[in-house]
Design a protein around this ligand. Structure first.
Ligand code: PLP
Length: 392
């Protein structure tokens, strides 16, 4: 069964080169990197090689990287560490469009007595720099703002944001889970204190992530136990996955430029032709500052879930702007924050591409999407009105 996978912001296929690099560490090379013997020592060296590869991708130093179990753990760790290391400061600043790994964590801190300022975005998903400026105070321990949005691909001006935050004496954390692997990030040029990344978004396996902690940043561990990661994250390392993450970072660094050019061309073709062939369609998110692999498009007066089901019949994988949680269709908090009308949120679809997508796959999507949208609109009374409107 051939799958057309256009859901790469949800997760990515593990690269063949990554699997090959990992395999020995599930088999013969099973030693514990903390052991004194040579058998364990060689695993330790391989983990340090992976640390070097991860740090290299963002131009950090190896000792500034700790391995975690996922992006969520990296995000939670960064925020709690900033709060615990600065106990006199009781204020957190974040945005309405963060991933739940940040947003829900900040809300849980609110219940524990911290004050949380959640910044709004405009209709293109952009942050007001003036509002950020006014919100960071002497009492702010940490500002956590994402590098790029998982739903719309909107990229925030992280350098400008980081400079403002640092000028006010707060710590700056960025959730770069969607950015690392898609953008070249240089932490030597941007005053980021902590940065989260996740393996499964960049062709490494699920269940491994990393947190960059700038040298000199006060740090308080979240997971406490043994001395792994120099006492900054306890627990025996997920050896094979860490090695896989290292390899994935090396591949990104080598091929990012050429891959981005190709992926962007495919995304632009998909986006422009869908807008032409489907009436009442609109793009969600800042057209100028957006990840090159992401398109979030609303087909008004159609249910996104219905579109996904029809796409699924062709083995095409994408996402919709409503998450089906506990039986109820919860409209996307990101699109709501941008003030996208409900009729458009419910008909929103996110296509997210990767290095493995081809021109033929995009052509197939372009062929069937107008038929799917037309069919679904004919079935719905609102959709029929929209079709009539489009014709007149
Ligand atoms: N942050 C962002 C922006 C994400 O897109 C995701 C995953 O979708 C996460 C954090 C959580 O990462 P993980 O799935 O590795 O916990």
């Amino acid at each position: 069964m051939k799958i057309i996978y256009l859901d790469n912001n949800a997760t990515t296929r593990v690269a063949d080169e990554v699997i090959e690099e990992m395999l020995p560490y599930f088999g013969k090379l099973y030693g514990n990197p903390a052991s004194m013997h040579t058998f364990g020592g060689q695993i330790h060296r391989k983990i340090e090689e992976a640390r070097g590869r991860v740090s290299d991708l963002i131009n950090a130093e190896p000792e500034e990287i700790i391995f975690t179990s996922c992006g969520t753990e990296s995000d939670n760790t960064a925020i709690i560490s900033a709060l615990d290391s600065n106990p006199k400061k009781r204020h957190i600043v974040t945005t309405r469009v963060e991933h739940p790994a940040v947003l829900n964590f900040c809300k849980s801190m609110q219940k524990k007595g911290y004050e949380v300022k959640i910044l709004p975005v405009d209709k293109l998903g952009r942050l007001s720099i003036d509002e950020l400026n006014a919100s960071v105070t002497e009492n702010t321990a940490v500002v956590s703002i994402m590098y790029a949005n998982n739903e719309t691909g909107v990229i925030f001006p992280i350098k400008e944001i980081a400079e403002i935050v640092k000028s006010k004496g707060a710590l700056f954390h960025t959730d770069a889970v969607q950015a690392v692997g898609k953008l070249l990030i240089d932490v030597k040029k941007i005053p980021i204190d902590m940065l989260s990344l996740s393996g499964h978004k960049l062709h490494a396996p699920k269940g491994v992530g990393a947190l960059y902690i700038r040298k000199g940043t006060r740090f308080s561990p979240y997971i406490i136990g043994g001395h792994q990661e120099h006492g900054r994250r306890a627990g025996t390392e997920n050896v094979a996955s860490i090695i896989g993450l290292g390899k994935a970072c090396e591949l990104v660094k080598k091929h990012l430029h050429e891959e981005n050019t190709r992926i962007k061309a495919l995304r632009d073709k998909l986006e422009q032709r869908l807008l032409k062939s489907c009436p009442n369609a609109r793009i969600n998110g800042d057209p100028e500052h957006r990840l090159q692999n992401t398109v979030n498009i609303s087909f008004e007066y159609v249910e996104g879930e219905a579109i996904l089901l029809r796409l699924n019949e062709y083995n095409i994988c994408a996402s919709s702007g409503s998450a089906c949680t506990s039986g109820s269709l919860e409209p996307s908090h990101v699109l709501r924050a941008m003030g996208v009308p409900f009729t458009a949120i419910h008909g929103s679809i996110r296509f997210s591409l990767s290095r493995y997508n081809t021109d033929e796959e995009i052509d197939l999507v372009l062929k069937i999407m107008p038929e799917i949208i037309k069919e679904l609109r004919e079935l719905s009374p609102y959709g029929r009105e929209a079709l009539l409107g489009a014709k007149s």
